[in-house]
Design a protein around this ligand. Sequence first.
Ligand code: UDP
Length: 326
Amino acid sequence: MGYIGSHTAVQLLLSGYQVHIYDNLCNSNIDTLQRIKRIAGKDLGFTYGDIRDTQKLTAALKENSIEAVIHLAGLKAVGESSKKPIEYYSNNTQGSISLIQAMQAVHISTLVFSSSATVYGDPVYLPYDEAHPTFPTNPYGHNKLQIEQMLHDLAFSDKNWRIACLRYFNPVGAHESGLIGENPNGIPNNLMPVIGQVANGKLAQLSIFGNDYSTSDGTGKRDYIHVMDLADGHLMALNWLQENLGCHTFNLGSGSSFSVLELLRCFEKVSAKKIPYQIVARRPGDLSEYYAKVDKAEKILGWKTRRSLEDICTSSWNWIKNSKNN
Ligand code: UDP
């Protein structure tokens, strides 16, 4: 019940699904469970466990009569993955094998997998479509691609499987209630949490990693997607899988990109806070710009983003203000 899982659980509950969460809380907080219940006005189940504990996972699937799984149990810090690759291979790749084995043991064959645009690597062309070559450049991206490949092989070998691999672009924003949002451990790496910490006084300023890219204002551009749109994407994928077999890949992005300065200005506007910044050297491995081609998800799943950059910044600021007092 981390960042994306908590928002997805809310949307699932509100659309009538029953939800049971299995989590080792390594990057989340048990309080979030109460907050999900409060927003949705519905109860949900919880089992504390590690995804690699196949026996415990199998029992949780069986005892709770689970019919489909949304797999979000991945470590996700790109930089950390290069420093601790084996932890990433163990939790992400080995963890996914454990999940499949548990699902096979109890005959569950519907799965939505949390993948990432990181699988594409350096753009050969933009926007990235789902057929773009995949050359990830870090262990985190390697894990995501390995798992996708494993799921394709699985669906090929056993025609009962219904799998959707969702390649997220840059998830940002929070639930409009301000009760759930992104809560990174330690010093954040990603742009929005850093801006948030500058806004609430935890950090003195934002360091912008380079303003000499070949973009409109020289700062890096990304496809930011509101986490609630992303949550809706999981719901739509799950609904679609009820009628469709096989393993399918979808980009989940907005289809357009915004620069660091554009995001910063928008945040300043909605928060009425000045965000001091300095321009520093480029961050190694950063790309100038990328964004998604989103036609496939729209045509097949009937999904597209509905929330704007302003909605993203407003909801983030609301969450940051709220979480400061919690
Ligand atoms: N960025 C930045 N300062 C920060 C964090 C990020 O200038 O403290 C920039 C980064 O160079 C990139 C954009 O913000 O152009 C988004 O970075 P993030 O880490 O959020 O996502 P990623 O680059 O991994 O897609």
